[in-house]
Design a protein around this ligand. Structure first.
Ligand code: ADP
Ligand code: MG
Ligand code: MG
Length: 193
């Protein structure tokens, strides 16, 4: 069994709820090594996504396209186009696969291409790289998500605003990695995926 429109909507509403609950925390993480807006950016975007999905798209491809377009037009910053690209790649991949592992792998390739970050650069790419294979093999756990997010703390940022701080970016969790952690937690908690 593959992904259904119902699964996607539940996943996104779940993600949106986590972003809402943690928006101040996400922005605080971003205040330490960026410009303090990550939680507010994501909150604006995911509120719009939940609203958009309430009109019930017909196919998962349509659903992912709508998510992508909404994020690109509302989130802004570095994370808007990156999350937007992720969902756009999932939309593309969903015409030939409804396996969530395949879709997330395509999304990660898109994020890397779009932002030019590699694992170790202290960006959301680190969390995605650690967790996509776990989804693929059905081994994703809450603990693995938490440790993937935490592992960004000791890295020196090479991409994005945090890279302006150089060595001083060490000792802080990357905000986009934390929000990506919520995306994977929301997935883990979505029934039937
Ligand atoms: P901005 O930095 O423009 O204010 P946000 O604060 O919303 O945007 O998002 C910052 C997050 O975006 C970072 O924590 C990081 O995870 C992610 N990010 C920034 N640049 C890149 C990149 N080139 N590749 C992948 N992720 C990136
Ligand atoms: Mg920011
Ligand atoms: Mg910003």
């Amino acid at each position: 069994m593959g992904l259904t429109v119902k699964n996607v909507i539940e996943w996104m509403n779940n993600f949106s709820a986590k972003i809402e609950q943690n928006k101040q925390f996400l922005s605080d993480l971003d205040t330490a090594i960026g410009d303090g807006d990550h939680g507010f950016n994501m909150s604006r975007g995911m509120t719009a996504v939940s609203q958009k999905l309430s009109t019930e798209p017909k196919t998962i491809t349509d659903a992912f396209k709508q998510i992508a377009m909404t994020l690109i037009s509302t989130v802004g910053g570095a994370s808007g186009p990156l999350y937007g690209t992720a969902f756009l790649e999932m939309a593309k991949k969903s015409s030939t696969s409804s396996d969530i592992g395949d879709l997330l792998a395509a999304a990660l390739t898109g994020i890397k291409k779009r932002g030019g970050a590699e694992p170790g650069d202290k960006t959301m790419v680190d969390v995605w790289t650690a967790l996509v294979p776990e989804v693929k093999t059905n081994k994703l756990t809450q603990e693995k998500i938490a440790s993937a997010v935490e592992a960004t703390k000791d890295l020196v940022a090479k991409k994005g605003r945090a890279s302006y701080l150089g060595e001083r970016s060490k000792g802080h969790v990357d905000p986009g990695s934390q929000s990506s952690g919520y995306l994977f937690e929301a997935l883990l908690e979505t029934e039937g995926i």
